[in-house]
Ligand binder design. Structure first.
Ligand SMILES: Nc1nc2c(ncn2[C@@H]2O[C@H](COP(=O)(O)OP(=O)(O)OP(=O)(O)O)[C@@H](O)[C@H]2O)c(=O)[nH]1
Ligand SMILES: [Mg+2]
Ligand SMILES: [Zn+2]
Length: 360
């Protein structure tokens, strides 16, 4: 059985145990956490070392999907066989998961396991998209992970524009923390660091080039991760991070870096291909009405593109499907706001009524 002396705490083991619904009957010496994924192999960290590990052929032949294989963040049991690569015998129960997309349940790819908090990073430049934030928020919550929005590269925008965006995000994503950061000027990094708790696992998600790895390098203070200068043409880094990896901070916080994703969208269940809608999103900015639903409205740039054959009908339908889910999310937030407003009114009326009986 496991007590507090497992030696795995720098990897977040106590936190993991506290989230499990039943006790683990495994000797801690055989437990490791997956910290990186390679083609056909994993790096796993035990209490005192990092080593290569592989899964059994039995696992490969009996697997029914990606979830049957280890992912970064997983807790696993290694076989007693000391030879390297070690053998991963068991994947311990996951308390949270992050899949690449939602909707097409069959092919949803597992990215990360056992993360507590996901920092969803966008940059202030043209990457900025509240809709994308929303897709990530849905995805993150579906996996049982807490979302936090991070608006990075604050140095590239005026304070006024920045405040406007933060305001927009706070209104749209009630109850979700919004952090503003810049790795160039160190703006907001203290706030971000203040947010981190020892023993918890955080992961960074977001498009390529928004500055995820740079933030982690700042947190680790040792440039552990290679990043790349922004390509001048597109103003974006080119997919610098190619694999996910888990890092441990001296403070005891665990951080997972992800390769930039252009992958958040619904899945075409048949092909397993992930669809993104950046093209349609760009078009929506040209619709006549800002609240255009892109179904019947005059002056709709999306319908226009559909008619022109510029976008595929199936692509358009998937976009509507996703928009519906997003609208549902927005509606829930709006309902809550209305409720709060109603309650505020009611409270005020009550106060007024009570004040009538105030002793003179
Ligand atoms: N101006 C500015 N540039 C930044 C900031 N943070 C990162 N960058 C630059 O943006 C580029 C991309 O940064 P990365 O950290 O590699 O981005 P990433 O999100 O890890 O990208 P992928 O690994 O491809 O997913 C680099 O050239 C960084 O120097 C920032 O706060 N301000
Ligand atoms: Mg990176
Ligand atoms: Zn439209």
């Amino acid at each position: 059985m496991i007590d507090g002396q497992s030696g795995l705490d720098h990897l977040g083991f106590s936190r993991y145990l506290s989230q499990l619904s039943s006790a683990l009957d495994v000797h801690p010496d055989s437990i490791a956490r997956v910290i990186a994924e390679h083609k056909g192999a994993y790096d796993v960290a035990t209490a005192d070392r990092v080593c290569r590990a592989v899964v059994t052929t039995k696992r490969i032949t009996t697997a029914t999907g990606r979830d049957d294989f280890p992912a970064v963040g997983d807790w696993v049991v290694l076989s007693a066989e000391p030879a390297v690569p070690r053998i991963i015998d068991v994947i311990l129960p996951r308390v949270s998961t992050l899949h690449k997309q939602y909707g097409g349940k069959t092919a949803a790819q597992l990215m990360v396991a056992n993360a507590d908090v996901a920092f969803i990073v966008e940059s202030t430049d043209r990457d900025y998209s509240p809709n994308r934030f929303e897709r990530y928020v849905v995805l993150v919550r579906e996996g049982g992970v807490m979302p936090v929005l991070v608006l990075n590269k604050a140095d590239k925008m005026t304070a006024a524009d920045l405040a406007e965006r933060v305001n927009e995000l706070k209104t749209r994503f009630e109850g979700i923390e919004v952090l503003v950061t810049s790795s160039t000027t160190d703006t907001g990094l203290d706030q971000l660091i203040g947010y981190l708790e020892p023993g918890l696992t955080y992961c960074l998600l977001g498009s390529s080039g928004v500055g995820k790895s740079t933030i982690i390098n700042k947190l680790l203070e040792n440039d552990a991760i290679r990043t790349q200068d922004v390509s001048t043409k597109s103003d974006r880094g080119r997919h610098t991070t190619t694999g996910r990896a888990l890092y441990t901070m001296d403070s005891g916080t665990i951080i997972i870096d992800n390769p930039g994703s252009r992958e958040v969208g619904v899945t075409d269940a048949q092909s397993g291909i992930v669809e993104v809608f950046d093209d349609i999103e760009t078009l929506t900015t040209e619709c006549r009405f800002t609240n255009c639903a892109h179904t019947t409205e005059p002056g709709c740039a999306v319908l226009q593109a559909l008619n022109d054959g510029q976008i595929e009908a199936s692509h358009y339908e998937n976009f509507l499907k996703l928009a519906k889910e997003a609208a549902h999310f927005a509606a829930t937030a709006e309902e809550k706001r209305q409720k709060d407003k109603k309650f505020g009114k009611m409270a005020k009326t009550m106060l007024d009524e009570v004040s009538q009986f105030k002793p003179r």
